[in-house]
Design a protein around this ligand. Structure first.
Ligand code: OSB
Ligand code: MG
Length: 367
């Protein structure tokens, strides 16, 4: 089968409420969608890159440029073959999120043509997955307690608090004291600390956290290992892990005992499965991270989260936590779980009206 062409579409979806992390505040999610067309079949991939290169070195306009200029020409000779995408793009250094978006669209199209779901293809074993919610930094501790209360009432299986220097011990203690020891609570610093903060971070051990996520710079495995040696609280890596090889290295270095797997950050769902396999072989639990995805990315993440090693609740929240109006059917929380889509490919498609109303640009590139 041949790829007829690829559409690059940029969308902008206002968030239900602003999302503040140590990296900045987001009011809307701008996203790049890739649509691959092959005959009567099409497939979708959502690029995890954000509008600014703060979480990752990639950014939306850069990803679109890379896809246009280098990815599609390299892909053209291969036809519709998901297994060929990785090898065909290996000579392009980095840009894992841009590559992942294209590979996902090719994979979705190919799976739809073969009437196989992404969950089946990846080796999923669950029809429903437990999910958590990532709670941004708020103006006051009271506002944080209100937000957490709302999410616990909704039934989320885990609460993750974003932290940064000046917003860590106090909010964590307040949440723990207010909601009790039964709540699975974690923190995520998005690299906001330095090795000099080790003693300060060690005080988090008092609050029974299920993990501390990425306190230090992506390349600083040594400080993560030093923290892991000092704390009872497990250390989880996010930004540091961009491949299965990174995962093996981080585990060997003692830098983490849990891994957050984001398919975009590791170059796609096929590499995400390899990260999962490496972690599983080493007894390291994993969970599926989020990038404030639209329903397209969320559907695919749910398929991944059904793999056996995903034993911790992921950052895959219900649609209403992110958007008033998503581009796909909404995902609704049920007993702290979301259903893994069952249809062919990623199992969802955009609603044409909703898609149109949030589109800021669209470009058709014949192959
Ligand atoms: O570090 O996990 C992160 C969102 C954007 C960039 C980085 C992160 C996040 C989140 C949100 O925590 C998770 C979600 O999509 O619900
Ligand atoms: Mg994170």
């Amino acid at each position: 089968m041949k790829i007829d062409g690829v559409e690059l579409r940029e969308v902008a979806l206002p968030l239900v409420s602003p999302f503040r992390t140590s990296l900045g505040t987001q009011h809307e999610r701008e996203a790049l969608l890739v649509r691959v067309v092959s005959g009567e079949v099409e497939g979708w991939g959502e690029c995890a890159a954000e509008d600014e290169p703060t979480y990752s070195p990639e950014y939306l306009a850069g990803a679109a440029d890379l896809i246009r200029r280098f990815v599609l020409p390299a892909l053209a000779p291969h036809g519709l073959d998901p297994a060929a995408v990785g090898p065909a793009l290996r000579h392009l250094r980095g840009h894992v999120m841009a590559k992942a978006a294209v590979e996902t669209a090719v994979l979705d199209c190919w799976l739809r043509a073969h009437r196989v779901s992404l969950a089946q293809h990846l080796g999923g074993v669950r029809r429903r997955v437990r999910v958590g919610v990532s709670v941004g930094i708020t103006e006051t501790v009271d506002a944080l307690l209100d937000t957490v209360d709302k999410h616990l009432t909704a039934g989320y299986a885990r609460i993750k608090l974003k932290i940064e220097p000046g917003w860590d011990l106090e909010p964590v203690r307040a949440v723990r004291e207010t909601f009790g020891s039964g709540v699975m609570l974690t923190v995520d610093a998005n690299t906001a600390y330095t090795p000099a903060d080790l003693r300060h971070l060690a005080q988090l051990d008092a609050y029974g956290l299920a993990m501390i996520e990425q306190p230090f710079a992506p390349g600083d495995l040594r400080s993560h290992a030093a923290l892991a040696a000092r704390l009872d609280t497990p250390v989880c890596l996010d930004e540091s892990i961009t491949s299965a090889r990174d995962a093996a290295e981080a585990i060997r270095a003692g830098a983490c005992s849990i891994i957050n797997i984001k398919p975009g950050r590791v170059g796609g769902y096929l590499e995400a499965r390899r990260v999962h396999d490496v972690a599983e072989a080493n007894g390291v639990p994993v969970w599926c991270g989020g990038m404030l995805e639209t329903g397209l990315g969320r559907a695919a993440n749910l398929a991944l989260a059904g793999l056996p090693g995903f034993t911790l609740p992921g950052d895959i929240s219900a649609t209403e936590r992110y958007y008033h109006r998503d581009i796909t059917r909404p995902f609704v929380l049920d007993g702290g779980e979301l259903p893994v889509p069952e249809g062919p490919g990623i199992g969802v498609t955009p609603d044409p009206e909703a898609l149109k109303s949030c589109t800021t640009s669209a470009e058709w590139i014949p192959l």
